[in-house]
Design a protein around this ligand. Structure first.
Ligand SMILES: NC(=O)c1ccc[n+]([C@@H]2O[C@H](COP(=O)([O-])OP(=O)(O)OC[C@H]3O[C@@H](n4cnc5c(N)ncnc54)[C@H](O)[C@@H]3O)[C@@H](O)[C@H]2O)c1
Ligand SMILES: O=C(O)C(=O)C[C@@H](O)[C@H](O)[C@H](O)COP(=O)(O)O
Ligand SMILES: [Zn+2]
Length: 361
């Protein structure tokens, strides 16, 4: 088993990465827990609910299951309330532990519910998508979407542990694998050029979920994310680099309606746009932009942005949480493996967005 440790003011916890972790979930439930709420959706529960329940039942604690509808379109207030309904109807107290079993949608909503139920109960992240294993389960960003903007309501709230069972990726659709790989290559682009080059070399193995390659990619991603969030839990500086490609990506997600493009697909395309912007404003070479575009396409993500129209793009991006005093700010990469956080001249941004309006080839 590989273990990566996260150390933040809001909590320190292990990320366990191995085959078969699902059968050992009970080990991560604190001894003084009074009950366990297993939160998942019908897709994940049908595949892994029984195994997770059996492992949790070994603690001897009362176990209740709370089922949420599946999909990004349901990452909202109404669904969040279903979690509170389930916790209250089952009379779970302050010493209960919430277990989020699923992808990033379940993890973000489960974590946010845990942050505010009775002003905070403990929670365990059990990520079952590649994206959730390499990114969303780590670092304590929790929350829901608003029709006017992505992840607009939420809290920083750290789990007690992250349990990553690499076996569960076997049932993941190819499109979801591609979406997860987008966040993997993001780490290479912002902080580890050697890892980016490794991803280029191993792209076929990664797409095929080759066990050695994917386990290394998960571990390296978790190490890099743990390093960043341990430095800056609440995004007062460094952590913003994890948002590379997201100003464009979140605009795609909310502009098209949540769920049409997967989060990882939108981020993949957004990283290509952010690389183009970096070439105009921050000296990224044309060859490096081409490497970003080629690897994004090779993992199976779209590289051609949807034509939202430049004005609509600008309106959608304005909602970004990094905006200060109406001024948009971007994570840019002067070279692969290095990131800076800056505002850009309006003209440079327009050039990138106007490109998004070119006719399809
Ligand atoms: N908190 C963070 O730091 C952070 C980071 C990145 C992304 N996010 C958020 O995460 C969400 C995206 O997460 P996601 O990509 O995991 O999407 P998701 O949670 O919607 O899961 C994708 C699909 O895969 C299914 N699924 C899950 N595990 C499966 C498995 N093992 N086999 C088969 N199907 C499975 C799900 O039911 C769902 O239909 C977005 O809302 C995004 O904003 C948060
Ligand atoms: O953990 C972070 O910090 C990130 O930015 C990771 C992103 O991949 C993730 O999509 C996150 O949810 C975006 O956060 P937001 O604050 O831009 O909504
Ligand atoms: Zn993301």
């Amino acid at each position: 088993m590989n273990t990566v440790q996260v150390e933040t003011p809001g909590g320190s916890y292990p990320i366990h990465i191995a085959s078969g972790r699902l059968d050992l979930l009970g080990q991560s439930i604190p001894d003084d827990a009074t009950a366990i709420a297993l939160v998942s959706n019908p897709t994940v529960y049908a595949l892994y609910g029984q195994r997770a329940s059996q492992a949790l039942a070994k603690t001897g604690k009362r176990l209740v299951h709370i089922e949420l509808p599946d999909g990004e379109a349901y990452k909202n207030w109404e669904t969040l309330n279903l979690i509170f309904d389930g916790l209250l109807q089952n009379r779970l107290d302050r010493k209960a532990v919430l277990v989020a079993l699923g992808g990033g949608v379940i993890g973000d909503m489960g974590g946010y519910a845990a942050s505010s139920y009775m002003r905070g109960i403990r929670f365990l992240q059990v990520p079952t998508t590649l994206l959730a294993q390499v990114d969303s389960s780590v670092g304590g960003k929790t929350g829901i979407n608003h029709p006017l903007g992505k992840n607009m309501i939420g809290a920083f709230y750290q789990p007690v542990a992250v349990e990553i069972d690499t076996d569960v990726l076997a049932t993941l659709p190819g499109r979801e694998v591609a979406a997860g790989l987008a966040e993997v290559i993001k780490y290479g682009l912002i902080i580890d050029a050697k890892f980016f080059a490794w991803c280029e070399e191993h792209v076929d193995a990664l797409r095929a979920l080759d066990s050695q390659a994917i386990t290394y990619a998960i571990q390296r991603s978790c190490e890099l994310k743990a390093y960043v969030v341990s430095q800056d839990e609440r995004e007062s500086g460094l952590r913003a680099i994890l948002n590379f490609g997201h100003t464009f990506g979140h605009a795609i997600e909310s502009g098209l309606g949540y769920g049409e493009w997967l989060h990882g697909e939108a981020v993949g395309c957004g990283m290509v746009q952010a690389a183009e912007l970096s070439a105009i404003t921050s000296g990224l070479s044309a060859e490096s932009v081409q490497r970003v575009r080629a690897l994004t396409a090779a993992i199976g993500c779209p590289v051609r942005p949807p034509d939202l129209g430049t004005d609509r793009w600008l309106e959608l991006m304005q909602v970004d949480k990094k905006t200060e005093g109406g001024r948009l700010r971007f994570v840019l990469i002067p070279e692969i493996g290095q990131a800076v956080f800056e505002s850009v001249p309006a003209e440079a941004l327009r050039r990138v967005l106007d490109n998004a309006a070119l006719p399809q080839e």
